[in-house]
Design a protein around this ligand. Structure first.
Ligand code: NAD
Length: 484
């Protein structure tokens, strides 16, 4: 780990460059509350340079055989893997998540993303069919050209690579705009691209804040599509800014996911997985199950077991291997989550466990730590149960029957994911079909197969990522009809 202030640069046209403005934003280490790096405060001039470089590289990259593109993506995966520990340490330091989580989840998943979409590049197929008159139709899926990939802070390299890899695999040149709050592993990705031999201009990484740098990227006429993951408010701003340009948009946004527990569940396993679903990554995963709906007859036993399990969770220095929760990502985000804890009290909730900031010693004494927190006795329709908190705060809500559980589960404006816990297979099928969400897990949580469509409905998303859906998003279909 380095101890001096780190100054990051943009990666444009195969080289590291200072921002045009010469100005930088501070990057805080969440575990200490101290500035440890500076990230370029890029503006439209940097975006223009990146788009120009990508435009120059575009034809050659689109014409590069898929097998060669795949080889370069695999090389990037291998190079990240060779530095897995270093990447994990940087991710943990930048985000506040336990280093063990970064080492076992974030960085392996980023590696898997590059390998998976390398395979997709080589195996992608398209349709062809004869019509009644004997005309042969076939569909070409051609790259869009230059595309923008914008990612949030919660799973920094994991989510950025989830966009960059399919965009590159399908023959596009990319302008990536990582979160300005957690930019370091994206900055390191430039080195990986250089070492792998990715041609200059194919991948450009421009750092900066949303309103200036992000806005310049989404509104640039040379950028044909935006793949965005972040808050619903930002997704709406991007949709508005791009509407008259008719850009392709993929928007992965907020969530307020329900975990629905029926009395016939496998009790021990359900308690353990509900705990994981609520508090993994300090509750800062869009898929976290923060509303835990429990069949009334099971509630007393379930509540006791969950409270006991939450009390056992260790909040600590992200560097320590036994820390299960690290720090929240920023002072501003910590303050937002604390406001929701206050609101939960105001709305009549009963605090079951947590709710306070643990006092850590030494280097972590000023870090953004918060104890995992559980409330019950809140109305299912109150603000705490309807709005995204995105922190280590969950609620327990009892229900009487399947219809009521479904009504509660579907009551928010979001629709990303849901998990059901029951041994009744017919009920699981019924409930899954009626859920207003893009993802339903039955007796599991965050089981991810990269081939499956990923995304949400309602205010959680527009479009799908993953597998064939991602390759289709980053290509334009063209039908060719030949009279035979
Ligand atoms: P955010 O919307 O504040 O920022 C996300 C990214 O958008 C950042 O890179 C930011 O700089 C950029 N941005 C901000 N304003 C912009 C603008 N006007 N134009 C272009 N870009 C702009 O989100 P966040 O706080 O970084 O992330 C947390 C949110 O992300 C939560 O709501 C969470 O649910 C959501 N999220 C969703 C998914 C999913 O797959 N659905 C996954 C992870 C996180």
């Amino acid at each position: 780990m380095r101890d001096s202030l780190l100054r990051l640069t943009n990666f444009i046209d195969g080289d590291y460059r200072a921002p045009a403005s010469g100005t930088y934003l501070p990057v805080y280490e969440p575990a200490t509350g101290k500035v440890y790096a500076e990230v370029p405060d890029s503006n439209a001039a940097d975006i223009d340079m990146a788009v120009a470089a990508a435009q120059t590289a575009r034809r050659s990259w689109a014409g590069t055989p898929p097998s060669q593109r795949a080889k370069l993506l695999r090389r990037m995966a291998d190079l990240i893997e060779a530095r897995l520990d270093a990447f994990a340490e940087e991710e943990s330091r930048d985000n506040g998540k336990p280093v063990t989580v970064a080492r076992t989840v974030d960085i392996p998943r980023a590696i898997a993303n590059f390998r998976f979409f390398a395979a997709m590049a080589e195996t992608q197929v398209s349709e062809s069919h004869h019509d009644e008159a004997g005309t042969l139709n076939y569909t070409l899926r051609q790259p869009l050209g230059v595309v923008g990939c914008i990612s949030p802070w919660n799973l920094p390299l994991y989510l950025l690579s989830w966009k960059i890899a399919p965009a590159l695999a399908s023959g596009n040149c990319v302008i990536a705009k990582p979160s300005e709050i957690t930019p370091v592993t994206a900055w390191l990705l430039g080195e990986i691209a250089q070492e792998a031999g990715l041609p200059a201009g194919v991948l450009n990484i421009v750092h900066g804040g949303g309103p200036r740098c992000g806005q310049a990227l989404v509104s640039h006429a040379g950028v044909k599509a935006i793949s965005f993951t972040g808050s619903t408010a930002t997704g709406a701003a991007i949709a508005a800014a791009t509407a008259t340009q008719f850009k392709k948009l993929s928007l992965e946004m907020g969530g307020k996911n329900a975990t629905v527990v029926f009395a016939d569940c496998d009790f021990e396993r359900t308690v353990g997985e509900c705990l994981r679903a609520a508090f993994s990554n300090q509750g800062q995963i869009c898929l976290c199950g923060s509303r835990i709906l429990v069949e009334r007859s099971l509630m007393p036993r379930f509540r006791d077991a969950l409270v006991a399990a939450v009390s056992q969770l260790k909040v600590g220095d992200p560097r320590e291997p036994d820390s299960q929760l690290g720090a929240l990502v920023s002072a501003a985000h910590l303050a937002k989550v604390q406001r929701y804890i206050n609101l939960a009290h105001e709305e009549g909730g009963r605090l079951l466990v947590g709710g306070t900031r643990p006092s850590l010693e030494g280097r972590c004494q000023d870090g953004y730590f918060l104890a995992p927190t559980l409330f019950d006795q809140l109305d299912p329709y109150c603000r705490v149960n309807q709005e995204e908190i995105f922190g280590p705060v969950a609620t327990l809500v009892p229900f009487d029957d399947e219809d009521q559980a479904l009504a509660y589960a579907n009551s928010t404006s979001y629709g990303l994911a849901c998990s059901l816990w029951t041994r009744d297979l017919a009920r699981a099928h019924r409930f899954a079909a009626a859920m207003e969400s893009g993802i339903v897990w039955v007796n599991c949580w965050m089981a991810r197969d990269l081939r499956t469509p990923f995304g949400g409905v309602k205010q959680s998303g527009l479009g799908r990522e993953g597998g064939v859906d991602a390759m289709r998003f980053f290509t334009e279909a063209k039908n060719v009809a030949i009279a035979c």
